[in-house]
Each structure stands twice: as C-alpha cells, then as structure tokens.
Design a protein around this ligand. Structure first.
Ligand SMILES: Cc1ncc(COP(=O)(O)O)c(C=O)c1O
Length: 394
C-alpha cells in the first residue's frame, strides 16, 4: 500500500537518533532558545524579516486572524474572502472571531483563486481582507491578485501551509501577502510532527503575534517592545510585568522538541522539495495528459512547484469513484484538501446564506470529482511506476 504519509521525518532514523540525544541532554523543553533559533533560520529561508513559531498550522491561522483584530486591521463583522477549496481551519477562525467569511471560487486548472474569480466575488460583495490559500503547491496569477488588492485596499494574507518552497515569477509563495502561515504537520513539506509558523516583515505585527501566541503577555518580545508596552500601561515592577496581559491571546506555543526538529528538517528542505518536484513532474507528464479521463492541471506557469500530494480532477464523478475502487489496498486516496468548504456541515451550520454563495462552482466540481494521493520524497521508482500504471491504464 502506498500511504498518504510514508514517514514522520525525512531521514527518519538519523532524525530520531538526534532527537533522543537532544532530549537526554536538554534541561528545558517548553518554549525557549531552540524555537527562537528555528524562527531565525526559517525567516531567513523564507526571505521574510520575522517568523513566529506556533504549535500547528491551524494555530498559525488562528493567531494571524486574532492579531489582525487586536491591531485594529480587522473588525468584528468585516467581510473576509477565503479560497473556497481549502482546509477547515483556514475558514474556521474567521467564523470563531466574528468575521464574515466570503468564499472565492477557484480555477479548475490551477485549483486556486485567480484575479478573475476574485473580481467576480468583489463585484457582488465588498471584502476587507483576502485570506488566500496557496493550494497544494499551486497558484494562479497571484501577482495580479496583489495588484487588485492594493488598488482596492484589500488586506492580502496567505495560508501557505501547503506551498512551502513554490516559486512564482521569481518570488516564493508566502511572500506575496502582508503575513503568511505555514504548517509543519507530519504530512507536509517538512515535519516537526505538529507545528506551524507565521511570517511577516512588520516588526510591530510580529510582536502582536507573540502576544497572541502566549497568554497575551509580553514575554518573548524584544526589550524595545516590552518597554513600550510597560510604559504605556504603567507597569513598572518585575513582580507584575511577568503577569500582565496586554491583549487577547491563547497558548499556542511549540515546545523545544519542535524547535529542534524544525532545525533538523529545515536543513534538508532543499533536498526534500527537489525530490518531490522530480516525482511530481514524472507523474504529471504521464497522468495529466490523459485528457479524456482527467481535467488538465497547469504547472508550467510557476518557476518551481513544491507540493506534498498529487491532485487529480476527473472528468466525471464516476471516473473518480472507479479510481477509488481500483486503488483500494494499493494507493491511499483522499479528497482534494477539505473540498468545497461551503459544502461542509460546519459552514452550513454557521453561515446562514451559504447556499447563495457558490452555486455550481468549480470548488464543488473539485469536491465531487477530485482526489489526491501522497507525493513523498522517499517514493521509490517502483512505487512511482505503480501509481502511473494505475492512473493511466484504461
Ligand atoms: C491549507 C491549510 N491550512 C491550514 C492547515 C492546518 O495545518 P495543521 O494541520 O498544521 O494544523 C492545513 C492542514 O492540512 C492546510 O492544508
């Protein structure tokens, strides 16, 4: 059986050995210097000024939205666009934090929101921000989306939990928006078992993210940010300063174990994404050209495509269901990410006019006719051949 997730870590044995040694020697395992070291290294890799590590990609999304509210960039009741095909915990924090989620349809051939689908949405509904998901390592014309958002004063933020390492028009995904989120869940590009991060170039916003990450207090902020807050709120003793809570927060901190694992796996990231890219190209060249069975998916518009799964959108639900039966016990399959979010029970329950939002959408076709399987960096030649054979045989 070719599983969705083949291993917990890239170079699993070596990573586990190093982890055991680290734990044996460590005298501090909750948030500390290993996480901070990882944050610096990840910000450098991504090419952004600041990285705030948290305990999952979902926490990164929650912290990002809360920090935008805390800093006054979003207000309760604001309309926020989001990609109709995404993961549940991309849309959920919008609902949980009193915003109004507006689904934006995606393109069938890139699985992503484009400037065209965005224009259609904003023609009907004004939005204050767009929480764009870069789905499965793909993007559409995100450069045009940026221009559109600038012109219309829409705050663009990216959920880049599925696209670490993709480069479009010379720029990494995750660097197009004001801030972007990442996931280090075991099935994603690099694994800290569970883990995530938010990146931004705005120092004050990074400080707010740190407040949100841990209880609303100012520990782990720079001295300058601590002094600013303590002066503003007249907190002038260490006795109280460690227990003063400045704004709304949670406890979303990662542990030193995740910080340490992050450093190890980041050391392998270029190799991981290169291997996955090679697998992807081999499979795409063989599978996507079967146009009688599958809808075409574009990938040549990106400079470098980095994903952890291989999506297929079939021409009909029957073709998809036949493939699911054919792969049983051989290749583990699943729907494309979370499918059409507006078709999920939580969305129908909490958003009353959901039925009007996306009728006969591409998102719904992807939900009903799509599937994906894992693209692990350690897939063998034999496994690649099995996948290609099953997906290309009549
Ligand atoms: C687009 C997207 N956003 C957020 C998440 C949440 O990440 P995590 O599983 O680390 O909480 C996922 C998870 O698969 C995802 O695919």
């Amino acid at each position: 059986m070719i599983k969705l997730i083949k291993s917990t870590f890239y170079k699993e044995e070596e990573t586990k050995k190093r982890l055991i040694e680290f734990i044996k020697k460590a005298n501090w395992l909750s948030f500390g210097p290993q996480c901070e070291k990882f944050e610096k290294e990840f910000a450098k890799y991504q090419g952004r000024k600041h990285c705030v590590m948290v305990n999952s990609g979902s926490s990164a999304n929650l912290a990002l939205i809360q920090a935008l509210i805390n800093s006054g960039k979003l207000k309760s009741g604001n309309n926020v666009g989001f990609s109709a095909v995404t993961w549940s915990t991309n849309a959920m924090p919008l609902i949980q934090l009193g915003l109004n989620p507006i689904p934006v349809d995606v393109e069938l051939d890139t699985l992503n929101v484009s400037s065209r689908t965005l224009i259609k949405t904003i023609g009907k509904t004004e939005i204050k921000a767009l929480f764009l998901t870069n789905l499965l390592g793909f993007c559409d014309d995100i450069d045009k989306i940026v221009k559109l958002c600038k012109a219309l004063n829409i705050l663009l933020i990216e959920d880049n939990c599925e696209s670490l390492g993709t480069v479009y028009k010379g720029k990494k995904l995750g660097n197009y928006g004001y801030a972007s989120t990442f996931s280090f869940y075991v099935g994603h590009h690099m694994s800290t078992v569970e883990g995530g991060a938010i990146c931004t170039d705005d120092e004050d916003f990074a400080a707010m993210l740190r407040i949100v990450r841990a209880h609303g207090w100012d520990r782990n902020l720079s001295l300058q940010h601590q002094n600013h807050l303590r002066n503003k709120f007249k907190v002038n003793s260490t006795f109280y300063s460690r227990y003063t809570f400045y704004d709304l927060g949670y406890n979303l901190r990662p542990t030193e174990i995740q910080g340490y694992l992050g450093q190890i796996q980041l050391g392998h990231i270029n190799e991981i994404i290169k291997l996955r890219n090679q697998n992807f190209l081999k499979m795409a060249n063989a599978i996507y050209k079967l146009s009688d069975k599958y809808l075409p998916i574009k990938y040549n518009h990106m400079d470098f495509h980095s994903n952890f799964a291989f999506p297929v959108v079939c021409r009909s639900q029957k073709i998809r269901d036949d493939l699911v039966a054919k792969c049983a016990g051989k290749i583990e399959l699943r729907p494309i990410v979370g499918g059409d979010m507006t078709n999920q029970p939580f969305f129908k329950k909490h958003i009353r006019n959901y039925g009007e939002l996306l009728k006969e959408s591409n998102a719904r076709r992807i939900h009903e006719q799509g599937l994906y399987f894992g693209n692990n960096p350690e897939l063998t030649q034999k496994e690649l051949e099995i996948i290609i054979k099953i997906f290309t045989s009549p």
